[in-house]
Design a protein around this ligand. Structure first.
Ligand code: ZN
Length: 278
């Protein structure tokens, strides 16, 4: 799906790739990050960028490893300037499994947020103020990454959770249609917000989400047609029809960490609003 990407690592058999556009934009991202942290050094910006994309990769690994536990195959994880994308083959269709796969990414990000925050405190006390600032920023970025991805904007995580909740009630196709409509409406809102705030990253994320939602709805429709049709000689959708599901996780580095924002502890389960207590 993402050509011209280079493999930088392999974790639990899953290749992790970096798209060439991320290599190209890395200096811009690093400068943005260093400015938002109030550290006018490219070195600190690059360190923060490394932290952001490692965090995004771990978020995607969270999805991927839970998916693998349910018998999926993960083709790869690609890091792009607009975030991470995990490409899964044979996504579990049981709503409960789907829900757990979708929840895993934000849970990893929340855990990372707490970890960075815990690590930042002692560093500030021993005088490593800049490093503490980077870690504090990464803590906030991971928290925003979790919360932003939990918006019900299909095919982002919140949209997948919403579809998994809707599927037993309406069936997979109708649930996907509703989730897609909401996802596309939110993508349009992101796009307008991006235009209004002159935020190119947000505009690209909006276009990406809009197109990914359409593509996935088409795929679910084709699968339903094949599932309801009499057995065909080839038994599966003809080649050329995408059968992958993608997890899209845009990072929030553009709206960088506010220097003075105190981190509030996550005092409640963010999923409780959607599903009630588990
Ligand atoms: Zn995610």
């Amino acid at each position: 799906m993402f050509e011209r990407s280079t493999r930088i690592a392999r974790v639990a058999g899953i290749p992790i790739r970096v798209h060439f556009t991320l290599w190209l934009l890395l200096p811009v991202i690093a400068i943005n990050l260093s400015r938002s942290m109030g550290l006018s050094s490219l070195g600190w910006g690059l360190l923060a960028a490394f932290g952001v994309f490692t965090s995004v990769a771990l978020h995607e690994l969270g999805h991927s490893l839970v998916a693998v536990a349910f018998g999926c195959r993960v083709r790869d994880i690609t890091l792009l300037p607009i975030g991470g994308v995990a490409q899964l083959e044979r996504m579990p269709t049981r709503p409960r499994h789907e829900l757990l796969v979708a929840v895993a990414g934000p849970l990893v990000s929340i855990a990372l947020s707490l970890l960075f925050r815990t690590a930042a405190r002692p560093l500030a006390h021993v005088g490593a103020v800049r490093l503490a600032l980077v870690l504090q920023s990464l803590s906030i970025i991971n928290l925003v990454l979790a919360l932003f991805n939990l918006l019900p904007s299909f095919p982002m995580d919140g949209g997948r959770i919403f579809r998994a909740w809707l599927t037993p009630r309406l069936g997979r196709l109708r649930a996907t249609r509703i989730a897609t409509r909401i996802g596309q409406t939110m993508a349009i809102l992101f796009g307008l917000l991006g235009i209004w705030s002159v935020d190119l990253f947000l505009i690209v994320i909006a276009i990406f989400i809009f197109r990914a939602a359409s593509a996935e709805y088409r795929m679910v429709r084709i699968r339903e047609i094949f599932a309801n049709a009499p057995p065909l000689p080839f038994g599966r959708p003809p080649p050329g029809i995408a059968t992958d599901e993608v997890f899209v996780s845009p990072p929030p580095y553009e709206h960088g960490p506010a220097r003075s924002t105190p981190l509030r502890p996550v005092s409640r389960d963010p999923f409780e609003d959607l599903f009630g207590s588990r």
